[in-house]
Design a protein around this ligand. Structure first.
Ligand code: UGA
Length: 436
């Protein structure tokens, strides 16, 4: 099949690479000429494991190409995916659909023959209806169906998630569109991936419901972590004990510094905004949003408390700046709250991240170290903020020897109090009885 993808952001690029790898012929369209040029030269603008290899392999055999000109790509496409950005609109949390509607207008004017136009970006309920209205207005004679096919991939695990998803959700209103989408995902039938065909609005809402639920799960365990500290319990054991109940499930119960990223913060806000518009409030999601914002601030306070009540003129090393490992994405990362708060409290902050330093430098004005131990050198306090693998096997004796002080704040609960104590470190983790 011929697949055209509008937008070469995270979702667009990963979907493009994977559809090409399924055997389809993919054209990725982006307005950013410099980006298209880089992609055509084999450069990958984001860090995502395996993506470069997959793009290169499919580019070499002509199954994926990149262009700024949508005319040819849209004309020959069986399916056109809209994978453009949907940032939060200022104030109110609604998703900004300007780019989606702009792309729709452009695509509608260029389609030839029967084409499915499909949203892949996370878009609020009713966007498919609006896209359809635009298509009918711009090109009343076009033979088009509009579908919704939300994407559930995670950054850092995107290729595996796309190729071996738990499920595929397709919102389509006609048999013909269902047929095209079934054909598109046929390679996944081989591994028996469930594919749910439903209405467009249901598909759109399913995506928000899933993300809001996952954000709720994380926030729930984070609040349990606080409570564990008060009552003298261990959140990791609580999570394990809960998670073994199959109705709950073990995943997404790791207490941490609060969720970040390009999806949970934006999608929870957008869902709450939609719910309010329809006068059907999602009060649990509202509390999750609030609790998560508070949590990121609380993390800075924990560091200050662990440092003996003040970080004034102290050097704090922050290990891990991105919102999670295996990405260079800094969007809504806890570091964006924690670092400025520590600086405001008088700390000299030195940061290190294996992949995210360039992105971080655009947003955080601080000292940057060239490696883990370089960051730790001379620090009074070391904080593990993102659980990159290289922070999981630190030589704690070396850490202690290189630091000026002895405080290790482990906001991802990677180490044990015992191991830290053996190295002579004063250790603070979260939600464990071994936390002070
Ligand atoms: C998330 C969802 O997991 C994907 O299914 C979804 O497709 C994607 O959003 C999206 O809507 O595009 P992502 O934001 O890449 O994926 O990252 P996650 O692995 O879900 O992590 C999100 C945040 O939650 C991170 O800050 C992470 O540190 C935090 N988290 C996750 C925890 O604090 N504890 C956990 O147990 C799990």
């Amino acid at each position: 099949m011929n697949v055209t993808i509008i937008g070469t952001g995270y979702v667009g690029l990963v979907s493009g690479a994977c559809f090409a790898d399924f055997g389809h012929t993919v054209t990725c369209v982006d307005k950013d000429a410099a980006k298209v040029e880089r992609l055509n030269a084999g450069e990958v603008p984001i860090y995502e494991p395996e993506l470069d290899r997959l793009l290169e392999a499919n580019r070499a055999v002509g199954r994926i190409s990149f262009t700024t000109d949508p005319a040819d790509a849209v004309g020959k496409a069986d399916v056109v995916f809209l994978a453009v950005g949907t940032p939060s609109r200022r104030g109110g949390g609604h998703a900004d659909l300007t780019y989606v509607y702009e792309a729709t207008r452009e695509v509608a004017a260029l389609v030839k023959g029967y084409t499915v136009i499909c949203t892949k970006s996370t878009v609020p309920v009713g966007t498919g209806d609006e896209v359809e209205a635009i298509v009918r207005q711009v090109a009343p004679d076009a033979d088009v169906d509009v579908a919704s096919n939300p994407e559930f991939l995670r950054e850092g695990a995107a290729i595996g998630d796309f190729k071996r998803p738990d499920r595929v959700i397709v919102g389509a209103e006609t048999e013909r569109a269902i047929g095209v989408m079934r054909e598109l995902y046929r390679p996944l039938f081989l591994n028996e991936t469930p594919i749910i065909f439903t209405s467009r609005r249901t598909a759109e809402l399913t995506k928000y419901a899933a993300n809001a639920f996952l954000a709720t799960k994380i926030t729930f365990i984070n609040e349990m972590a606080d409570l564990c500290e008060r009552v003298g319990a261990n959140v990791q054991d609580v999570a394990r004990g809960m998670g073994l109940d199959k109705r709950i499930g073990a995943k997404f119960l790791n207490a941490g510094p609060g969720y970040g990223g390009s999806c949970f913060p934006k999608d929870t806000l957008a869902l709450a905004a939609t719910a309010n518009d329809y006068n059907s409030p999602v009060t649990i999601v509202d509390s999750v949003v609030e609790a998560n914002a508070r949590r990121k601030e609380r993390m800075a306070q924990i560091v200050i408390e662990a440092a003996g009540g003040s970080v004034k003129d102290k050097t704090v090393a922050i290990l891990g700046l991105t919102f999670k490992p295996l990405t260079d994405d800094m969007r809504e990362a806890p570091s964006l709250t924690v670092v400025p708060m520590l600086q405001k409290a008088g700390a000299i902050v030195k940061g290190y991240d294996p992949e995210g330093m360039d992105e971080a430098a655009k947003q955080l004005d601080m000292h940057y170290a060239s490696g883990t131990y370089e960051a730790i050198k001379g620090a009074d306090v070391t904080v593990i903020l993102t659980e990159w693998n290289e922070f999981r096997a630190l030589d704690l004796l070396r850490v202690k020897a290189m630091m000026r002080g002895d405080v290790l704040v482990d906001l991802r609960n990677i180490y044990s109090a015992d191991a830290a104590a053996r190295a002579g470190l004063a250790y603070r983790s979260i939600g464990r009885t071994d936390a002070p």
